[in-house]
Design a protein around this ligand. Structure first.
Ligand SMILES: *[C@@H]1O[C@H](CO)[C@@H](O)[C@H](O)[C@H]1NC(C)=O
Ligand SMILES: *[C@@H]1O[C@H](CO)[C@@H](O)[C@H](O)[C@H]1NC(C)=O
Ligand SMILES: *[C@@H]1O[C@H](CO)[C@@H](O)[C@H](O)[C@H]1NC(C)=O
Ligand SMILES: *[C@@H]1O[C@H](CO)[C@@H](O)[C@H](O)[C@H]1NC(C)=O
Ligand SMILES: *[C@@H]1O[C@H](CO)[C@@H](O)[C@H](O)[C@H]1NC(C)=O
Ligand SMILES: *[C@@H]1O[C@H](CO)[C@@H](O)[C@H](O)[C@H]1NC(C)=O
Ligand SMILES: *[C@@H]1O[C@H](CO)[C@@H](O)[C@H](O)[C@H]1NC(C)=O
Length: 453
């Protein structure tokens, strides 16, 4: 055998080479499918990392650039954490071979421009964290193709303009968080913002920017506030705008809206008409209360009900049978069958010139007395049956006296009864009896015990 041609040697060599490729760098921790090299003082990427890892944590280091093709050896990578590093830009094509990425954290770096090639091909990406960088600009098609995106964080940067038009229903169907708070946005393309999918609008964070107060801006936030979006509700104090672009005269516009009183006319006329259909089922003679809860939550609401039997009902038209509470709830004290039908409540917020409606379909059933009669008949039927069974059992005492005669089984009254019934099953006549009482098993048990005592 010649040493040099030993296939085992090649295998060993291959394994050695392979294993060096797979080894865990001494500064990192490799745990099952995760590798953590965080806070390891790294100034550049480690030489080799296990190829099978799904999660790679390189955060809190001093990495300033990503060598091309570095992630090619980790095709299964799903989570890449690189927060708190020194990245100024991303190498073109760096993520080309890691299209399985779902979570990418590049927050607290030094990125200055988000170029359109940065995230190309990451169509599985769900979360993108870019907050606390030095971003001044986001190129127009940066987010295009990222069709799985759910959350994007651009907060704490210096962004002055954002390509809202690139986000549409079909391009980003799952996007529910677009955080642009604490940036330097001044004039937004409010038409583009207004055209954003509802889900994106609900999760659009714009507080602490350099917005310039104007009616269109105000009406946008006013509507979001009206709808109770968390993005607005939770940061009322931080929503600021400056009058005429002068930063010294900035106002918390969701708190002090005096400046916008003149805007009323410019508020979009499209009204949030909420139609909530519900069904109410009552028996004639019963009292019913129909609430008028709509999307309007103001304190100065006025309510009108349109009823099928009585027409319009307002505060002024209350009578003894019907009343309208200040909160819009309509009460009918004794319903009649012909009170059935569709009740429509309109809540009007006079100040904001908004109305919303609520519909309730009321069905008044036949007089309850008739229903009770049916129940009563059934009950009576049951009682009669019970009495018949009792009488039947009392009038046929022979079998039990027969039991008592057989001494060995007479240890207790109860056992004799049980024995009695098993013995009885041999007789055809008693079979009929059993069949008769079967459905009322519960009652029969009780009766038997009574008989035994
Ligand atoms: C990475 O992708 C390129 C094409 O984009 C391909 O040629 C190359 O073989 C891939 N590398 C790996 C390690 O998969
Ligand atoms: C507002 O943004 C500035 C930077 O633009 C930041 O320093 C500050 O902490 C932010 N304030 C809040 C309340 O988020
Ligand atoms: C609103 O309009 C009135 C009259 O046109 C004007 O006097 C007032 O200054 C305006 N208020 C604001 C805050 O612009
Ligand atoms: C409206 O007021 C009435 C009477 O005060 C009350 O019974 C009802 O629960 C209130 N409805 C709502 C929806 O708050
Ligand atoms: C309700 O129905 C009765 C007959 O069932 C009728 O006499 C009465 O006029 C009706 N009332 C109204 C308000 O329609
Ligand atoms: C909605 O409100 C406007 C103005 O407040 C009013 O003229 C209109 O009649 C209302 N619509 C309905 C259906 O009540
Ligand atoms: C109201 O309810 C009744 C019974 O459930 C149904 O027949 C009727 O079509 C409903 N009306 C409306 C407008 O939904």
């Amino acid at each position: 055998m010649t040493c040099g041609l030993n296939p085992g040697f090649f295998l060993m060599l291959f394994c050695l080479l392979h294993s060096t490729e797979e080894t865990c760098p001494s500064v990192c921790l490799c745990i099952s499918d995760a590798v953590s090299c965080s806070s390891s003082g790294l100034t550049k990427l480690p030489h080799s990392l296990p190829s099978f890892c799904l999660s790679l944590d390189l955060s809190h280091n001093h990495i300033s650039w990503l060598s091309p093709g570095f992630f090619n050896k980790m095709p299964r990578l799903e989570n890449l954490l690189m927060a708190h590093n020194q990245l100024k830009a991303l190498t073109p094509g760096i993520f080309h071979n890691v299209s399985g990425l779902r979570h990418l954290d590049l927050s607290s770096n030094k990125l200055s421009v988000v170029e359109q090639h940065y995230f190309q091909g990451l169509w599985r990406l769900e979360e993108l964290l870019l907050f606390n960088n030095k971003i001044t600009r986001v190129e127009a098609s940066t987010l295009s193709g990222l069709s799985s995106l759910k959350k994007v964080y651009f907060s704490l940067n210096q962004i002055t303009d954002f390509p809202f038009f690139s986000i549409q229903d079909h391009s980003h169907p799952f996007l529910s968080m677009l955080d642009l708070s604490s940036n330097r946005l001044t004039h937004l393309q409010w038409e583009d913002v207004k055209a954003l999918p509802r889900l994106v609008q609900r999760g659009l964070y714009l507080y602490n920017n350099s917005l310039i107060c104007d009616c269109f801006m105000y009406s946008m936030f006013w509507h979001w506030d009206l709808r109770g979006y968390d993005s607005v509700k939770n940061f009322k104090e931080e929503h600021i705008c400056s009058i005429n672009g002068d930063p010294r005269s900035s106002i918390r516009f969701l708190k002090q809206n005096r400046f916008f009183l003149n805007c009323t006319v410019e508020k979009p006329v499209s009204q949030p008409v909420t139609v909530l259909l519900s069904n109410v089922l009552v028996s004639e003679g019963e009292r019913v209360r129909l609430d008028c809860q709509t999307s309007l939550t103001g304190t100065d609401l006025s309510f009108t009900w349109l009823s099928p039997s009585k027409g319009y009902i307002t505060k002024a038209s209350i009578d003894t049978l019907i009343s309208l509470f200040p909160n819009g709830t309509l009460e009918i004290r004794a319903t009649k069958v012909n009170d059935s039908g569709l009740y429509v409540c309109t809540a009007v917020d006079i100040k904001q010139a908004l109305n919303a409606t609520r519909e309730v379909n009321v069905t008044v059933l036949l007089p309850a007395a008739e229903l009770f009669n049916t129940g009563y008949t059934t009950l009576l039927g049951c009682m009669v049956t019970t009495v018949i069974i009792l009488v039947y059992l009392y009038l046929t005492p022979c079998r039990c006296s027969y039991c008592k005669r057989s001494k060995p089984y007479d240890s207790s009254g109860l056992s004799s009864v049980l024995f009695c019934s098993t013995r009885d099953q041999t007789k055809n006549q008693t079979d009929k009896h059993v069949a008769f009482i079967e459905p009322e098993h519960q009652t029969i048990k009780g009766l038997r015990i009574k008989v035994a005592i």
